[in-house]
Every structure is written in structure tokens, then in C-alpha cells.
Design a protein around this ligand. Structure first.
Ligand code: FAD
Length: 307
């Protein structure tokens, strides 16, 4: 049996795997890919030690670090998605979607999170044809056009500010009367002459033929349905943790994040740890995810030595 299964190849999983290799814990790292969420980013400016790094370069550096230390201690199983995780024979077994099974004494879940999709008619049909989930990837394609941002949190306002550099106009739609974003960010956006903000509205339909031409929404104050003429719709409606496969095994909070002890990243049952954006950690950043992975691994090492 392996000592450890790490599920996930973002900063949390990779940092833990590097430490596992150095501590000689027999480990299997299962991940769809190495790099994680920010591989799509054109420029990460806060990864400590790199003033600016492209997401793809960050992913390459993760892979290079793994290759340099893994030897025959850490096995990489890539291109696989874990579909089930269960307690088995004094340890745990992880089964992938393609039916491969791996077992270990301990498990570290580092599966991060994915974007919450816009669940209205037309949103799926026009994904990548005007509906997008990544402003830093697709923003420049909408230069000189009218675009909408759905979501009134920090991510929504930051996306709007980013888009104002290229777009003719940016209209941000928020479903509540009050915004969740920081006051400074909201004020910065409001001050821009090409920025429009619609509060207390609900998007209802994406319209278009081949590409997006509009976004219908319900004005909750007047009860009227209106339509914005836009070519791009940037969705910033929050994230969904990738924890479905662990739901029956460990405790999750009301928004499906794995609850952990922040001192050591332990989940609710002995032998399972979680790190990064899949946990109820308050802040979602690469450095934090990597730190959580390291913290978990230090604790896993001591736990395994006591078994
Ligand atoms: C567009 C964008 C830009 C960002 N820019 C920055 C930035 O500039 N600075 C910053 O600090 N943070 C940034 N972030 C946030 C940062 O990317 C995350 O906080 C960080 O990636 C979280 O790391 P993680 O290891 O917890 O999870 P993730 O990076 O989400 O990695 C999860 C890993 O698990 C794998 N996985 C998921 N489910 C399964 C499964 N069932 N089976 C197997 N593998 C699975 C995935 O393939 C991936 O390898 C950005 C995020 C986005 C989306």
C-alpha cells in the first residue's frame, strides 16, 4: 500500500508532492493536469519569487520541480479524474473515472475549484462564442465592443476594471441591492466614464445567432424584462469546489467545501487532509494553497510515522 494519495495538481497538490518526495513518503499524485486554475492567466504577479509569470510557465515550473524530486517515490497519474474516494482495508482507495484504483494509508485532497456556470437559456450554447469565464484570457478579444459582467463581488468588479482597458463599455449586473466587493474597488469602477452598474437585476437569457448579441435581464424593482446589446458576457458568479467524490467521506460546509482544522489541514476523519481552494480556507491564492499543502504534508508525515 502507498503511504499517501494526493488528489490534484495545482499549487496545493504539487507543493505537498515535493515535500512528500523529500520525506520519502511513497505517494501517488492523481490529477487531470499539473498547474491548476491560474494556468489560464496571462500574468501572475504575486507568486513569491517571480515578479510576473505566465500561468503556463508556472505550470511548467511545477512539473519541472516534480520531475526533479519525484524519483520512484512519487508516481504521477495524470489525465485522470478521481470519481470516488472511500475508506478501505485500514486506509483509503481512490477510483478514477476510467476505473483505475489506488490505495494508501492517507489521502490529501487538493482538487481546487471550478467556475460557477451561468445557468440561463443560451449560456451553454454561446460559451466561447461571447460567453466567457476568464477575462484575463479573453478580454482583449472584445476590444472596442460593449460587454457585460455578471457578478457583483470583488471578482466581478476586478474583471470590469480589467475590461475597461479594452472594451467600449462595461455593464456590470448584480442580483442584490448591495455589493459584496470592496468599497475602493467599486468606487474605482464607478469613476470610469464607460462603466455602467445595474443592481437588483437577474440575467434571464443570452441572445444571439452565431455569436452573442445581447443579454436579457429582469429588473427586480420594476418587474420589467430588458435587454442589453452586448457582444461579450463575462461571468464571475463564484466558484464550486471540486469535492463531489468526497461528499460521503468527509464533512463539507454548506457550500461544499471540505472543513479542515487550519492548524494542520486535517479533515473530519482520521487519515484525510485537504488543502487549497477545495477547503473552507477564507482566501484563495496560489501562495496560500501551496502553504496549505506544505502544512498538510508536515502533519501527514508525523501521522504516518506514528502508525
Ligand atoms: C483566471 C484565474 C487567475 C488567477 N490569478 C491568480 C493570481 O494572479 N494570483 C494568485 O495567487 N491566485 C490566482 N488565482 C487563484 C489561484 O489560481 C487559486 O487560488 C489556486 O490555483 C488554488 O490552488 P489549488 O491547488 O487549491 O487548486 P487548483 O489550482 O484549482 O488545482 C486543482 C487541481 O486538482 C485537479 N482536479 C480537480 N478535480 C479533480 C479530480 N476529481 N480528480 C483529479 N484531479 C482533480 C485539477 O485538474 C487541478 O490540477 C487565479 C485563479 C483564476 C481562475
Amino acid at each position: 500500500m502507498n503511504d499517501l494519495i494526493i488528489i490534484g495538481g495545482g499549487p496545493a497538490g504539487v507543493a505537498a508532492a515535493v515535500y512528500a518526495a523529500r520525506k520519502q513518503l511513497k505517494t501517488v499524485l492523481i490529477a487531470e493536469e499539473i498547474g491548476g486554475q491560474s494556468t489560464v492567466s496571462e500574468g501572475i504577479e504575486n507568486w513569491i519569487g517571480s515578479p510576473k509569470i505566465h500561468g503556463q510557465e508556472l505550470a511548467k515550473s511545477f512539473r519541472a520541480h516534480l520531475d526533479a524530486v519525484k524519483g520512484d517515490i512519487v508516481t504521477l497519474v495524470l489525465g485522470e479524474r478521481v470519481a470516488a474516494l472511500a475508506a478501505a482495508d485500514g486506509g483509503f482507495s481512490a477510483t478514477t473515472k476510467t476505473g483505475k484504483e489506488f490505495s494508501a494509508k492517507a489521502v490529501l485532497i487538493a482538487t481546487g475549484a471550478g467556475r460557477r456556470k451561468l445557468a440561463i437559456p443560451g449560456a451553454d450554447k454561446f460559451e466561447n462564442k461571447g460567453v466567457t469565464y476568464c477575462a484575463s484570457c479573453d478580454g482583449p478579444l472584445f476590444g472596442g465592443m460593449d460587454v457585460a459582467v455578471v457578478g457583483g463581488g470583488n471578482a466581478g468588479f476586478e474583471t470590469a476594471l480589467q475590461l475597461l482597458a479594452y472594451a467600449k463599455s462595461v455593464t456590470l449586473l448584480h442580483r442584490h441591492k448591495d455589493f459584496k466587493a470592496d468599497a475602493v474597488t467599486i468606487e474605482k469602477a464607478r469613476a470610469h466614464p464607460n462603466m455602467h452598474i445595474l443592481a437588483h437585476v437577474e440575467p434571464t437569457e443570452v441572445t444571439g445567432e452565431q455569436f452573442v448579441t445581447g443579454l436579457k435581464y429582469l429588473d427586480k424593482d420594476s418587474g420589467e424584462t430588458k435587454e442589453l446589446a452586448v457582444s461579450g458576457i463575462f461571468v464571475e458568479a463564484g466558484v464550486i469546489p471540486n469535492t463531489d467524490f468526497a461528499a460521503g467521506l468527509v464533512a463539507l460546509d454548506p457550500i461544499q467545501r471540505i472543513t479542515v482544522d487550519p492548524h494542520n489541514q486535517r479533515a473530519s476523519i482520521d487519515g484525510v487532509w485537504a488543502a487549497g481552494d477545495c477547503t473552507d480556507e477564507l482566501y484563495h491564492q496560489n501562495n496560500i494553497a501551496a502553504g496549505d499543502g506544505v502544512k498538510a504534508l508536515e502533519d501527514i508525515y508525523l501521522w504516518i510515522k506514528k502508525q
